[in-house]
Design a protein around this ligand. Structure first.
Ligand SMILES: [Zn+2]
Length: 285
């Protein structure tokens, strides 16, 4: 599937190639490929177990999680990731163990990532190949960045703005522990301020409806409010509360399967974990 992006102010059509990977029959993870600044670029190459042998001069990872950056070492091209964490790509064994601890069988489904020979650190505000701006966007993970392809007006948000499931008409947080709500909200604001004409999510589609960034910010605030009142509740109770408050959550819960299990369950765990840690301690008398 090729998603064609155009801007009224430009004569040429700009193209982003979209390769979506499924797990359990559901489309789940997307790899993006484009030409920018004269280079063949792959953004978020996907898990090691579902490697796509694309031509690449550079591989850009929005963050180091295995479902998006796990196959980067197979490309033989330089792999770009946040400067403070890029060295983990040289020996990704710790990334794999950390993912198994949080995601269990899903981490095993993504496969053990091969080492990258050439990891390149990127910093907030950098411009890559004269064409792609780097925006540090922590919250989902401290090593998360977004990439803004200026000529195409496309912002690749990784997991920093939730997951977009077009079949369900739903955006849902993708916030496994350790999630940082405070940083996440700041990052959303920064991404919105870029003024992109289209946004592409790593889970798992693109849209020109850039207002989804603001809608998602409100959604995240609403989740924090609802769950913040009783962060010690069970997951099932949390699902019920959220389904009542948020149509997106209700749709994902009704759809069940991997969307409910991976997105909703893991995301709610991340919220509850953050909110429990943020809760002021009781006075001891
Ligand atoms: Zn992630």
């Amino acid at each position: 599937m090729t998603f064609i992006l155009s801007r009224a102010s430009r004569l040429e059509m700009q193209k982003v190639r979209i390769i979506t990977k499924s797990l359990g029959g559901e489309p789940l993870i997307t790899v993006y490929a484009l030409e920018a600044g004269g280079a063949a670029i792959v953004i978020d190459p996907g898990p090691a177990s579902l490697h796509s042998p694309l031509e690449a001069d550079a591989v850009l990872c929005t963050h180091l999680h295995l479902d998006h950056c796990g196959s980067a070492g197979y490309f033989g091209a330089p792999v770009y990731a946040h400067e403070r964490y890029a060295a983990h790509l040289l020996d990704p064994s710790r990334l794999y163990e950390a993912a198994r601890a949080v995601l269990g069988r899903y981490a095993e489904a993504w496969g053990a990532p091969p080492p990258c020979k050439n990891a390149v650190g990127v910093s907030d505000g950098a411009r890559l190949f004269g064409a792609i701006d780097v925006l540090h966007a922590p919250g989902h993970a401290p090593h998360h960045v977004a990439y803004y392809w200026r000529d195409g007006g496309v912002l690749f948000v990784g997991d920093g703005a939730g997951g977009y499931i077009p079949e369900l008409g739903a955006v849902i947080p993708v916030t496994p522990p350790p999630f940082r709500l405070d940083l996440y909200l700041q990052s959303l604001e920064r991404m919105r301020a870029v003024g992109a004409g289209a946004i592409c999510y790593s889970h798992y589609s693109c849209t020109r409806d850039v207002e989804l960034l603001e809608a998602h910010r409100q959604q995240v605030r609403a989740w924090a409010e609802v769950l913040g009142e009783s962060p010690d509740i069970s997951l099932d109770e949390a699902f019920k509360l959220l389904a009542r408050e948020d149509e997106n959550a209700a749709r994902v819960l009704a759809a069940g399967g991997i969307y409910a299990d991976l997105y909703l369950r893991v995301s709610v765990l991340g919220f509850l974990d953050y909110l429990r840690r943020a809760k002021p301690p009781h006075d001891c008398l």
